[in-house]
Ligand binder design. Structure first.
Ligand SMILES: Nc1ncnc2c1ncn2[C@@H]1O[C@H](COP(=O)(O)OP(=O)(O)OP(=O)(O)O)[C@@H](O)[C@H]1O
Length: 630
């Protein structure tokens, strides 16, 4: 099997930053039982629906399979009188058989419609349940998981793969039941056919001949089935690679749309279009490769299957010629052979679906089996109030196992009710300290204690975060109204409280000038807001939370000096009596804090003191101070 990365896929791999081993190691990535493992629990949960669905599938398949018997009965009413050379009909039997056929078709239609509706509902139920489960898992995973993922890639799994799984959770059992049932049903029917003929007034039975024909059909189809199983494994690996690349292409589109302003500002429209064309051209070649192979493979197998029909016709004609097979029975035998082949043809049509389902299940399992490093401790120690110090005790931390330590034996006590500022060169670990405190990550060694002695790992995370207000450099804004964005995470908040928070954040006047005021939808990531307005919105969110611990990571960096001064006044008032950690490059923001910590990359804290003390001391802070006034 050719490896991706050796030929036309080189470009796509390089451009989309796909890990080569991710694709070529598809053997380890694809879990053969993945699909069943994922959907069986849902079949068990919705067992009444499943039972009816399976029952009706069996009934509809049964009716189809029984059809040759009815036809056989009908045809047998034609009584061939060989001696007299006449053909006579038993009209009453014909009428009864006709009515029987009609009733059968009506019943078939009724069961088919019921089965179709029930299985559709079941499919969508399973799809939505798996999607919710996946989303819940994604929310539980810590930020490490997201570092090397593209959002579009995750979205493809969340939307397309769950949909494929839902569809196939319906189609696979349905078609497999039908196929197995019809195959074996048709085989049995073939043996039950009345293969006797009147020869010169004497009834002659030809059962042996039918057995021979059936054995030929069974033998040939068994061989073809074995071939299908081998080819299935090959095609599944190929399909995994195609889907992996497709979801990376989706990720790429999402990434470029996300950065549309960069593209516009850099004038790279043509470059991006060409790049995308090249990526898609490579994707096209890859999928063409898949389409051709699977087309040829399934086509050949279909041809082999249909040739069974041909073999039966030839064998049948020979037997009829030797008077070993009743020509009327031969019609029914041929119908039964078709009934045996049809399920296999059906299974071939279903093969691509089975492959898709198996690949989707493997891709979803990549997320579902991802270890959860941070357990939110839903039922553990509830934090009613933050009344004590926050202590970083011998904390070591790095972002990846093979990366450098960002914090190395970091020790510091943030005293309750005091304010602190973290300053220092870029990359010195200031934001990392706040991320650890919010439990975006856990330290690899040491501990974070809150309320003097409670390990943060042991507390109910939500109850702790209820007391923490966090404003970060890049405001996180949802596609929702301004009011919803301000009140995010809080329940039963009055309109007045939202207005008051907006006033403190100097956002109120602007919001009231909008046609829909606080009900204005701000667009994705606050598209309709300026950088400063976004920052004011997240500051308003924090005022509303009224937390006991404040973490302000460059909270006012996007504000102009006058607004910043106003908001800083409000923030200073809020900071009083609350443990506050301010991360800032602007000295105005850190002027009034109780203590400033100066950090250096790889060294941790290298200076501490008040603004006045550090201003005079030789070091990074004095350099920073002098630079800002030079
Ligand atoms: N998600 C991440 N994965 C890997 N490394 C990271 C990640 N986030 C930060 N780092 C690295 O950790 C170090 C500390 O980053 P951090 O964001 O804490 O610095 P900072 O002092 O806040 O910088 P700045 O002042 O520029 O915001 C940096 O070297 C950075 O490259």
């Amino acid at each position: 099997m050719d490896k991706i990365g050796n030929n036309h896929e080189d470009y796509i791999i390089e451009k989309l930053k796909i890990k080569n081993e991710d694709i070529n190691n598809s053997k380890t990535k694809i879990n053969k039982k993945g699909f069943w493992k994922l959907v069986l629990p849902y079949y068990a949960t919705y067992w009444p629906l499943c039972t009816i669905f399976l029952l009706f599938s069996v009934i509809t398949s049964g009716i189809l399979v029984a059809m040759p018997i009815l036809v056989n009965q009908l045809l047998n009413t034609i009584n061939i009188n060989v001696a007299a050379g006449k053909i006579g009909l038993e009209w009453m039997t014909v009428i009864y058989a006709g009515i029987g056929l009609l009733i059968t078709y009506v019943l078939y239609a009724m069961f088919w419609i019921s089965r179709y509706t029930i299985s559709g509902v079941l499919a969508r139920r399973i799809e939505t349940k798996i999607r919710v489960r996946l989303l819940a898992k994604l929310l539980r995973l810590d930020l490490h998981f997201y570092h090397n993922k593209k959002t579009g890639d995750i979205l493809t799994k969340l939307i397309s793969d769950t949909q494929i799984l839902g569809d196939q959770a319906e189609q696979i059992p349905l078609q497999v039941t039908y196929s197995i049932f019809s195959f074996f049903g048709a085989s049995i029917v073939m043996f039950l056919l009345d293969n006797s003929v009147m020869v010169n007034g004497v009834q002659v039975n030809m059962k042996d001949t039918v057995y021979i024909v059936a054995a030929i059909v069974l033998g040939l189809t068994l061989l073809i089935t074995i071939a299908i199983i081998f080819l299935y494994n090959y095609l599944r690996k190929l399909q995994y690679r195609v889907r992996r690349v497709l979801s990376s292409v989706n990720g790429d589109i999402q990434d470029r749309i996300h950065n549309i302003r960069l593209i516009k500002a850099s004038g790279t429209l043509r470059h991006e279009t060409e790049r995308f064309e090249n990526i898609n051209e490579d994707y096209f070649k890859l999928i063409r490769h898949w389409e051709i192979r699977q087309g040829v493979i399934w086509g050949l197998i279909l041809a082999m299957l249909f040739s069974v029909n041909g073999v039966v016709i030839i064998v049948g004609v020979v037997f009829v010629n030797k008077n070993a097979l009743n020509p009327i029975v031969m019609v029914s035998v041929l119908m039964s052979v078709n009934q045996m082949i049809n399920p296999l043809v059906n299974l071939i049509g279903l093969m691509n679906n089975i492959i898709s389902a198996s690949v989707s299940a493997s891709r979803l399992n990549e997320i579902l089996t991802e270890p959860e490093r941070i357990l939110a401790n839903e039922g553990e120690i509830i934090v009613e109030k933050i009344t004590g110090d926050i202590i970083f005790q011998n904390v070591d931390f790095k972002y990846s196992p093979d990366g450098e330590k960002v914090l190395d034996n970091f020790n510091f006590t943030f005293k309750q009710g005091h304010s602190y500022a973290l300053v220092g060169q870029t990359g010195s670990g200031k934001s990392t300290i706040s991320r650890l405190l919010l439990r975006f990550y856990d330290p690899i060694a040491g501990a974070l204690l809150i309320n003097n002695d409670t390990n943060l790992k042991n507390v109910n995370l939500k109850s702790f975060l209820n007391h923490v207000g966090y404003v970060e450099q890049e405001p996180q804004i949802l596609f929702a109204t301004i009011a919803e964005n301000i009140a995010y995470g809080l329940e039963n908040i009055s309109q007045e409280a939202i207005y008051a928070a907006a006033k403190k954040a100097k956002l109120y006047d602007f919001v009231m000038s909008l046609p829909e005021q606080f009900e204005t939808v701000v667009g994705e990531r606050g598209h309709i807001l300026s950088g400063g307005q976004k920052q004011r919105l997240v500051i308003a969110r924090m005022f509303l939370r009224n937390p006991e611990v404040l973490i302000l990571d460059e909270a006012t960096s996007a504000l102009d000096n006058l607004v910043e001064k106003d908001i800083q006044k409000e923030l200073d008032a809020l900071m009083k009596g609350r443990t506050t950690i301010v991360i800032a490059h602007r000295l105005t923001t850190v002027k009034n804090v109780d203590q400033i910590l100066v950090l250096a990359p790889g060294k941790g804290i290298c200076q501490t003191g008040t603004f006045e003390k550090l201003r005079k001391e030789e070091g990074y802070f004095r350099d920073m101070y002098e630079a800002s006034f030079s």
